[in-house]
Design a protein around this ligand. Structure first.
Ligand SMILES: Cc1cc2nc3c(=O)[nH]c(=O)nc-3n(C[C@H](O)[C@H](O)[C@H](O)COP(=O)(O)O)c2cc1C
Length: 222
């Protein structure tokens, strides 16, 4: 596993963001154990990904050697984001829940990096599962904050949690298998009560444990 981290933040909030606080704790803990690691930062609020357009789709489905300069320009953001992804062994995503799913900025990032011929192949001749990822062996850490509560397994809002299942489905196409996804969440943000305080404390302690485990396993590999 490569010791390069790609840290993505999707909260529209800056200093008040809880998900950003979690990604910061993760990277601080990581660097205190493996100071020579490379960290690539991608702030989707400060620099939102472009939306997919008709011209973008046309460029993607044009053979690379036939692309015009304009097509290359249209794909430049995607090319750079895919290169960052390719370089990383661990992807850390700080993500708020917005309207029971991911913020549109993060969805736009997935739309830019899940790209035919770059991150997945598409073989219609195969009847069963024609989309196959090209990348493999990456780990994903999802650090999230939610205003309400009960989004975990068996919780009262599990069925309206469209954030975690959507990210897990997309993760397959960027080289992360379902066993390699760790999710740590803060809940109760809108209540601001003792349950929220406890949830923050639990999330921070889970992050410390996770960083310990991940850095132990990655120290033996390059
Ligand atoms: C536009 C918007 C939509 C939100 N939708 C939900 C929601 O559907 N469910 C929920 O539990 N919290 C929701 N929240 C609350 C956020 O998830 C919560 O404030 C979280 O802490 C935001 O992450 P951040 O602190 O990193 O900015 C929403 C907040 C905003 C701003």
């Amino acid at each position: 596993m490569k010791q390069t981290l790609l840290v993505i933040n999707a909260s529209a909030r800056s200093t008040r963001s809880l998900s950003r606080r979690l990604t910061q704790r993760f990277t601080d803990a990581w660097l205190s154990r493996l100071p020579n690691s490379k960290i690539i930062h991608r702030d989707l609020a400060a620099s939102p990904p472009p939306h997919v357009t008709e011209d973008w789709i046309a460029a993607v489905f044009t053979a690379p050697e036939e692309r015009t300069d304009e097509m290359k320009r249209i794909l430049a953001w995607s090319d750079e984001a895919i290169a960052q992804l390719d370089a990383a062994g661990i992807i850390v995503i700080g993500v708020p829940m917005y309207n029971y799913g991911m913020p549109s900025s993060l969805k736009a990032w997935f739309d830019q990096v899940i790209r035919v011929g770059k991150t997945f192949t598409f073989d219609l001749a195969r009847g069963d599962y024609p989309l196959e990822p090209i990348m493999s062996g990456k780990k994903l850490v999802v650090l999230s904050s939610r205003g309400e509560f009960g989004f975990g397994p068996g919780g009262i809002r599990e069925k309206v949690n469209h954030l975690d299942p959507h990210i897990a489905t997309c993760a397959h196409y960027i080289g992360v298998s379902s066993d390699d996804i760790q999710t740590i969440s803060i809940e109760y943000q809108e209540f601001g009560d003792e349950r929220h305080r406890q949830s923050c404390e639990d999330a921070e302690s889970q992050i410390d444990d996770l960083v310990f485990d991940l850095t132990c396993s990655s120290q033996h590999l390059r």
